[in-house]
Design a protein around this ligand. Structure first.
Ligand code: AMP
Length: 584
């Protein structure tokens, strides 16, 4: 056996250990879990607890537990745990020693060497403290690599590429953005920026403040006096935050939080994703500013980036992907498991140093190759359109997964809603493949804006479970779409043909008429958008081009006013051509 070098991601919130075995990357499990919470504690019998048990006791005995020690690495301080003082290195060493022991148990072999990852912006003192932590744990730190480099390494193992990627790493306590060049076998961080005091913990704090305010307003008590109560609220806030990544609403419930004059105080508070996103918007803005600083540092702009790679648990927050997509005009990549890719990258680096045979590709995660969503009334190219596509499950997401979004009725006393499910990515839902549809009837009498929750669940077998529920009454309809992933690959052609038939009116059924109407509407919307664009470009056109444009625009406008929609295609094509050449 060649010398074993393990790869370790020593994170603020979570840590992982990985190795290369028989050419494959293995993230080693501890009691069935690959992710070890970076918590250390002293148990009731004065035994040392690491990971999940320490995290659990944090709620009851915060004074006997230490979390997020990475934030203190490199500082000349001591932290208290069960009335004893420890250096940050010692606490980190306890985590490292635990990881070392689970690797030894898995390999049935002692482990003495490790590659450990650190944030790119870690100072010398912080790096030195990390090295010392390794030594205390009995691990020689053969190399320390930057976290974005590690993430890029596991990404590169997935697909050989020459690319410039932006690694956006938002964990529990730290934020780090790096521009990384991947070329042949060289992975190089060309610019980096970050904030080592920004992460998911801050998002939790916003929810905690909201809960404290709510309780103060409701029962007038200041709950912050009790550390134990605060620890429970802390935990509940994190759970709520994570649920809001998959659901539009969450109810935070904690019974018997405290007592006031003999009356128990319970917590029951609904929080919507919208409210939560408002709370964290400033933090996300901060991360975007950091991106611009990193890009400036590399003399690049957003359009020079080929891929945006998401790393760290907090990147599961939908607002993160949304803002990045707006910024870079491409869907960020989430297929590399955001929790594990730093550890797997460290293991790849470790194997390169040890000379281990690295033949297999990175960890295989089951992902969906397609995007699924629904249609709703919305703004498409500046016009209200009834079939605007709303993606719910994004391609490249790991399976199984469940996502819920909220929609609202558009009329007062609306009795029913029609739900259509599509596969695809076109912003006009009708250009995607419809894979299911159903009605939810018998809604209660309510003014417009009655919330309907639409849940899409895609399991490992590619079966899509869809349910729509009226939030107020719980009235629910569900459908199951078998084999949503594979069937539509085969059926794509047939579905496309059917749609073409529908557009041209063969069959003439009621539903088809509706579709034809929508198609016509779509054509008109497109025609108007084209005309607007032409008008904008008129100023810079030569006199001859201007004349041509004015003529064609007139033909289009005439066709729209005369409702001669069949006559639209030819002049639209002509105008597109002229504009295309003008743009060159
Ligand atoms: P890391 O340091 O990369 O392990 O990330 C940990 C952070 O990710 C913690 O703040 C978690 O609460 C957060 N996190 C984990 N899962 C989710 C999720 N589904 N949605 C939002 N945040 C999450």
């Amino acid at each position: 056996m060649s010398e074993i070098i393990v790869g370790i991601d020593l994170g603020t919130t979570n840590s992982e250990i990985a190795i290369i075995k028989d050419g494959k990357i293995v993230v080693i499990e501890d009691a069935g879990r690959k992710i070890l919470p970076s918590f250390v504690g002293v148990g009731e019998n004065n035994d040392i607890l690491v990971g999940e048990p320490a995290k659990n006791q944090y709620v009851l005995y915060p004074e006997r537990t230490v979390k997020s020690i990475k934030r203190r690495m490199g500082e000349e301080i001591k932290v208290e745990m069960a009335e004893q003082a420890y250096t940050p290195q010692e606490i980190s060493a306890i985590i490292l020693k635990h990881l070392k022991s689970i690797a030894e148990a898995y390999l049935n072999h002692p482990v003495h060497k490790a590659v450990i990852t650190v944030p790119a912006y870690f100072s010398d003192a912080q790096r030195q403290a990390t090295r010392e932590a390794g030594e205390i744990a009995g691990l020689e730190v053969v190399r320390m690599i930057n976290e974005p480099t590690a993430a890029a390494l596991s990404y590169e193992a997935e697909q050989k590429a020459h690319k410039r990627i932006l690694v956006y790493d938002l964990g529990g306590g730290t934020f780090d953005v790096s521009v990384v060049n991947i070329e042949d076998d060289v992975v190089e961080v060309v610019a980096s920026h970050g904030n080592n005091k920004l992460g998911g913990d801050d998002f939790d704090q916003k929810i905690i403040d909201h809960i404290v305010e709510h309780l103060q307003g409701k029962s007038g008590i200041d709950i912050q006096q009790s550390r134990q109560v605060m620890a429970r609220i802390n935990r509940a806030a994190e759970v709520a935050k994570q649920s809001l990544s998959d659901q539009p609403f969450v109810t935070i419930e904690e019974e018997y939080l405290d007592e006031q004059d003999g009356t128990p105080i319970h917590l029951s508070l609904e929080l919507s994703r919208d409210e939560y996103e408002d709370m964290i918007a400033d933090y996300i803005d901060e991360t975007l500013e950091a991106i611009h600083i990193a890009l400036n540092g590399a003399n690049l702009t957003a359009s020079d980036i080929d891929e945006v790679l998401l790393v760290g648990g907090s990147t599961r927050t939908p607002l993160v992907s949304k803002r990045l997509k707006e910024e870079f005009r491409k869907q960020p990549r989430i297929s590399v498991d955001p929790d594990l890719c730093v550890a797997t990258g460290a293991a790849i680096q470790a194997a390169m140093i040890a000379g281990t045979d690295l033949t297999a590709s990175a960890v295989l995660v089951d992902i969906t190759p397609y995007t699924y969503g629904t249609s709703a009334l919305g703004d498409l190219h500046g016009e209200m359109y009834p079939y605007m596509y709303v993606p719910i499950i994004h391609k490249n997401s790991s399976l199984p997964l469940s996502k819920t979004e909220v929609f609202y009725t558009v009329m007062d006393n609306q009795e029913a809603v029609e739900v259509r499910i599509f596969q695809g990515e076109e912003s006009d839902a009708l250009n995607n493949i419809q894979i299911g549809e159903f009605m939810v009837e018998g809604l209660n009498q309510a003014p417009q804006g009655n919330p309907i929750l639409l849940k899409l669940e895609l399991d490992l077998n590619g079966i899509l479970h869809v349910s729509a529920k009226e939030k107020k009454t719980g009235l629910e309809r569900t459908i199951v779409i078998d084999n949503a992933i594979s069937r539509f690959e085969e059926d794509e052609m047939a579905a496309a043909k059917d749609r073409i038939k529908e557009i041209f009116g063969e069959g003439g059924e009621g539903a088809i008429v509706v579709n034809k109407k929508a198609e016509t509407h779509h054509l008109v919307v497109q025609a108007r958008a084209l005309v607007e664009k032409a008008e904008r470009m008129l100023e810079d056109a030569s006199p001859e081009d201007r004349e041509d444009i004015v003529d064609v625009v007139e033909v289009i406008n005439d066709a729209i006013t005369q409702k001669e929609f069949e006559a639209l295609s030819a002049p639209m094509e002509q105008l597109s051509d002229i504009l295309y050449y003008l743009e060159l």
